[in-house]
Design a protein around this ligand. Structure first.
Ligand SMILES: *Cc1c(COP(=O)(O)O)cnc(C)c1O
Length: 414
């Protein structure tokens, strides 16, 4: 981004992409030329420099010894994972399919961890043979691993995923506290640790993940504090010293008007205190945080072309060649309770002063297929390019691409 370029006149401060000659640029290229290079719409484009900048910004505030992991379910595009492997300290996978992508991308298996509530025996076998760390989520997994280890003549590296007795307050999605399908309830952990010892599995530590999409640093700090305290208590029952303490993540990004970017400084200070305590209380332990959305979400856009412009009873509809089937979350159908518009613009008219209120819809025969509902956008015509910002996470791979049989989208890393 150069300083002379203007910021975008959209309702949210999506100033990570600059505008040149009236067009949004992604990866340093004007959008219309990028679309020509990709050869089709719709597509997702992820900006390498923004991905690098995000990791660098985090490294600037995290204590040097805290390990930064990428939870690749946020964006499993192989090229993105390949880039991230070179930038972060480890990759968190949630299936054998993701494990393959991470290993293909060159991730060090000793720095891969595998979590997920329904690991099939075949997946556990692949994980043991790959020598990755397995985050145990049930008693059954202990028994299955004992058998697999006997068969393969290897030991399994395991950590225990704990369902804590607290929640991450203010999270978009809660994944710990109360009854949950994730991890093992804290009350049952001493018994589980006993089973791990008897099964001869190689215990390495604890994993706590309380929630996702949180913009309140004080809530994140509180959850990290509580996770640390909990791990410290549980460590007394462990069959081996704690070498690995994954304190989760949950860092959110702003999507909607009025949302502010997360303040990292207090989180860095809080982690520095925990690192200091761990030096004496858990001297063998590396502290880890695992982030998905925060690392990749702001670096990506979704681009679709307008194929029709209609007026229905006074309301303008721009009909695009992409929508819900590629970008479920922007349509509002991936976990939102009340639908709100993602930040959107017309990428080839990004600084046009002439705006009108329109709805941008996709080609599917369902009213759920909405990219923007009654939003002020630059006046647009057929062939113009609609851009949805904040689209680097939970996009292509989190959408029902087969629904209605339209072509799949492409993804490019630029
Ligand atoms: C989904 C998930 C993440 C990533 O969450 P984000 O909100 O994308 O940062 C991290 N850890 C675990 C265990 C997850 O399931």
């Amino acid at each position: 981004m150069t300083l002379t370029e203007r910021q975008l006149p959209v309702h949210a401060p999506m100033n990570q992409f600059s505008v040149r000659e009236g067009e949004l640029t992604v990866g340093g290229e004007r959008l219309s030329l990028l679309a020509a290079r990709v050869g089709q719409t719709p597509f997702y484009a992820y900006d390498r420099l923004l991905l690098r900048a995000r990791v660098a910004a985090l490294r600037g505030v995290l204590p040097r010894t805290v390990k930064l992991h990428y939870a690749m379910k946020a964006n499993p595009m192989p090229a993105v994972v390949g880039l991230m492997v070179g930038l972060v300290d480890g990759i968190d996978v949630a299936s054998a399919g993701e494990l393959k992508v991470a290993l293909d991308a060159g991730a060090n298996p000793l720095e891969i961890s595998f979590a997920g509530p329904g690991k099939r025996d075949a997946e556990l076998r692949q994980a043991v043979a790959s020598r990755v760390l397995i985050n145990l989520e049930s008693f059954r997994e202990v028994a299955a691993l004992e058998a697999i280890c006997g068969e393969l003549g290897l030991s399994a590296r395991v950590a225990v995923r704990v369902n804590p007795d607290f929640e991450l307050k203010g999270s978009g999605m809660k994944m710990g506290g109360g009854p949950k399908q994730f991890g093992v309830d804290v009350e049952q952990i001493p018994e589980l640790l006993g089973c791990i010892g008897r099964a001869g599995l190689s215990f390495e530590g604890f994993h706590l993940f309380a929630g996702s999409q949180n913009l309140r640093s004080e809530s994140i700090c509180e959850a990290q504090q509580k996770s640390y305290e909990l791990a410290l208590r549980l460590a007394q029952h462990a069959p081996a010293p704690v070498r690995f303490l994954n304190l989760g993540g949950g860092f959110g990004i702003p999507y909607f008007p009025g949302e502010q970017r997360l303040d990292l400084a207090p989180i860095g200070d809080n982690l520095a205190q925990l690192v200091q305590r761990a030096q004496t209380e858990l001297p063998d332990a590396a502290l880890v945080i695992e982030l998905g959305r925060y690392l990749v979400g702001e670096a990506g856009v979704y681009v679709a072309r307008i194929v029709d412009r209609k007026v229905s009873r006074g309301q303008v509809y721009l009909v695009a060649d992409g929508g819900l089937h590629h970008h479920l979350s922007a349509s509002g159908n991936f976990g939102q309770v009340i639908r709100k518009n993602y930040p959107v613009t017309i990428g080839n008219k990004a600084d046009s002063r002439e705006t009108e209120t329109v709805s941008v819809v996709g080609p599917l025969c369902t009213p759920l297929d909405l990219l923007a509902e009654r939003m002020a956008l630059p006046v647009a015509q057929v062939d113009d390019l609609v851009v949805v910002f904040q689209s680097g996470a939970y996009g292509a791979s989190a959408s029902p691409q087969g629904f209605l049989g339209h072509p799949a989208c492409l993804e490019v890393l630029v």
